[in-house]
Design a protein around this ligand. Sequence first.
Ligand code: ADP
Ligand code: MG
Length: 309
Amino acid sequence: MPPILVLSGLSKTYAGGHVALDSVDLEIRRGEIFALLGPNGAGKTTLIGAVCGLVRPTGGTITVDGVDAIREPRQVRARIGLVPQELSTDMFEHVAHTVGFSRGLFGKRRDDAVVERVLRSLSLWDKRDAKIMELSGGMKRRVLIAKALAHEPDILFLDEPTAGVDVELRRDMWKLIGALRDSGVTIILTTHYIEEAEEMADRIGVIDKGRIILVEEKQTLLAKLGRTEARFTLAAPMTALPADLADWPLALEDDGGTLRYTITAAETETRGLAALVRRLDALGVDYRTLDARRSSLEDIFVDLVEKGA
Ligand SMILES: Nc1ncnc2c1ncn2[C@@H]1O[C@H](COP(=O)(O)OP(=O)(O)O)[C@@H](O)[C@H]1O
Ligand SMILES: [Mg+2]
């Protein structure tokens, strides 16, 4: 199936001369959750703004299901829902009304059944007559999502959906986004929480200084770039690595008291931790504790952005 969204050479230089997007090429697959990761100022909100017609690109093209978004902004906008980064909504409005109104903004005819379905799916039905200002922070966020879904878009952008949200609420939000994907909506979210991408995304793109530096399946990314790290606390400190261990990815730390092992996922077949443990036993190297961990997406991301800098 052709991608649902294609960005080609997309560029944005703001009036002051700042290059926020530098020839971005990106394809979004139908039905996926794509997480766009990047530090603050990387260009995430600008990218979303360009697709949603809020930021005028200075170069490149945006195509939604074959339709040119720069030439046909209204047609494309009707297919897209946006949950903005800033919580901005009229606090005095009533929930159901504001959601129904959002639908109308896209020229869709009034349909109370759709509004009800959206509100129910977000557990907001009981609050349909409440004023937005009366709701908790988590519910206010859900109202923003309801507004973005009111016109039944098939692409949903969520710009930092859980920024400043507590851990429990963040987990609720992840569940909700998963359920939306299961209902067939293509989801593009931006985040600077790596954990969020690790938890939810099918694919991950990393943007830094307006450039896409990587796009990959999450699983592939973890498998390819993931590392295992282990630390052996030695029973007797070493002054130098024994020659018998020269072939292993090892280093001494803490004045020879700790043996550190670092290996990439690709190397583990021949130089795996289990094999190392057997080797140490055979050489009579005694240790008190062994801590091992696999690197997370967080480690990988920090590596990437630091290298790119
Ligand atoms: N309206 C604007 N005018 C000038 N510069 C802007 C404007 N909006 C954003 N920028 C700059 O563009 C860069 C990218 O911003 P943004 O897309 O908001 O990044 P992110 O969402 O990844 O944090 C930043 O350096 C930001 O200061
Ligand atoms: Mg942003």
